[in-house]
Write a protein of this length. Structure first.
Length: 149
C-alpha cells in the first residue's frame, strides 16, 4: 500500500478567552498509509506534539471532535471544532474524511452562526426505497406550529 504525507494544523478563530490563553501549535506532518481517515491521522499527530491530543465522542454519525489541545467545544456558545481540508470545509466527519498525498487538515475552533427558523409550518418529504424488493414512495408531512414572543 502507498505511503502518503498529510499535514495537520490547528486554528482558533474566536475572540474572548475560549482557548484558555493557548496558542495553536506548529503544524505537524505525518506519513500514513493511503486511505487512513482523519481520526487516525489526528491520533498520529498527537504522538509528535502533545498539543494535538484530542477527545472525540462517538455519535450515530461517527466520531465528533470534543476537544483538541485542552480546548473544549462549547455548544451553548455555538463554538465547535470544524475541519477544513486543503482550504475547504470538509463535507464529512473525521471517520469518513480520507486525505490524499500532500493534503493539509486544519482543525478550526470557531463560532457557528445560523438563523432560527421563522416559518410557522413546514413540509418534510421522505423517499423510501427498498433495493431488490419493493420500490415505494412515501410522503411524511409534518406540521409544526411555532410561537414567537
Amino acid at each position: 500500500m502507498e505511503v502518503i504525507r498529510v499535514c495537520v494544523e490547528l486554528k482558533v478563530n474566536v475572540s474572548g478567552n475560549y482557548s484558555n490563553g493557548k496558542s495553536p501549535p506548529s503544524p505537524v506532518c505525518v506519513e500514513v498509509l493511503n486511505g487512513i481517515n482523519a481520526h487516525e491521522i489526528l491520533k498520529m499527530a498527537s504522538t509528535q506534539d502533545p498539543c494535538y491530543n484530542f477527545t472525540a465522542v462517538k455519535t450515530m454519525w461517527g466520531h465528533s471532535v470534543y476537544s483538541i489541545c485542552g480546548i473544549d467545544r462549547r455548544p451553548a456558545d455555538k463554538i465547535y471544532w470544524m475541519i477544513e481540508i486543503d482550504g475547504k470545509s470538509a463535507s464529512v466527519g473525521i471517520d469518513s474524511l480520507r486525505p490524499g498525498d500532500g493534503s493539509t487538515l486544519v482543525f478550526v475552533y470557531k463560532q457557528l452562526f445560523w438563523r432560527q427558523m421563522k416559518a410557522s409550518s413546514f413540509t418534510l418529504v421522505v423517499r423510501l426505497t427498498f433495493v431488490g424488493q419493493i420500490s415505494a414512495f412515501s410522503r411524511l408531512y409534518l406540521h409544526r406550529t411555532t410561537r414567537h414572543s
